[in-house]
Ligand binder design. Structure first.
Ligand code: 4NP
Length: 155
C-alpha cells in the first residue's frame, strides 16, 4: 500500500498543526513508517508566514525543527488529495466539513480522539498563552503522535 497522506489542520497554521506535523514527520521516520504529513489552517491571516517563534522555540528545545514551515490555508482539493484530515479542534473540524464534496475521499476527524489520547478532545490553542502553554503543546503532540503511529500501523 502507498504511504498514507495525513493533513493536520488548525486555525492559523502557525502553532498547533505545524508542531504536530513536525513531531509526526520525525517520529514516523524514526519508526520506519512511510507516511506523508502536512499541515494547514482554516484561516487565511498567516498565509506565507513561518511558525510562531514561540512554537518554534518550544519545539526546538524538544528536538523538533519547525524552521522551514510556511503557513497555508486549507483548500477543498485537500479533501480529495489526503487520506486523513485531522482537526486540532471542533471549530476547525466544522470548517473542514464545510468543504466536503462528492469528490472528497479523506476521512475527517478530531486529532486527539483519533489518536486515542485522553481528553481534552480539543488540542488547546496556545496562541494567547504564556511560554508554558507552548511547552505543554509539545508534550501533548508527542503523546498523541505515539497514538497516531500505533493506529496507522494497525491499518
Ligand atoms: P494555531 O494558533 O491555530 O494553532 O496556529 C493560532 C494562530 C493564530 C491565531 C489564533 C490561533 N490568530 O488569532 O491569529
Amino acid at each position: 500500500m502507498s504511504a498514507p497522506r495525513v493533513l493536520f489542520v488548525c486555525l492559523g497554521n502557525i502553532c498547533r498543526s505545524p508542531l504536530v506535523e513536525g513531531v509526526a514527520r520525525q517520529r514516523c521516520a524514526e519508526a520506519g513508517l512511510a507516511v506523508d504529513v502536512a499541515s494547514c489552517g482554516t484561516g487565511h491571516w498567516h498565509v506565507g508566514e513561518g511558525a510562531d517563534p514561540r512554537m518554534v522555540r518550544a519545539a526546538a528545545v524538544a528536538g523538533f525543527d519547525l524552521s522551514t514551515h510556511r503557513a497555508r490555508q486549507l483548500r477543498a482539493a485537500d479533501l480529495d488529495e489526503y487520506d486523513l484530515v485531522l482537526a486540532m479542534d471542533s471549530d476547525n473540524l466544522r470548517g473542514i466539513r464545510h468543504l466536503v464534496t462528492a469528490h472528497s475521499r479523506a476521512e475527517t476527524a478530531l486529532f486527539l480522539p483519533w489518536t486515542g489520547t485522553a481528553p481534552p478532545q480539543d488540542f488547546p490553542d496556545p496562541y494567547y498563552g504564556e511560554a508554558e502553554a507552548f511547552t505543554a503543546c509539545v508534550g501533548l503532540a508527542e503523546q498523541a503522535v505515539a497514538g497516531l503511529i500505533e493506529r496507522l500501523r494497525r491499518r
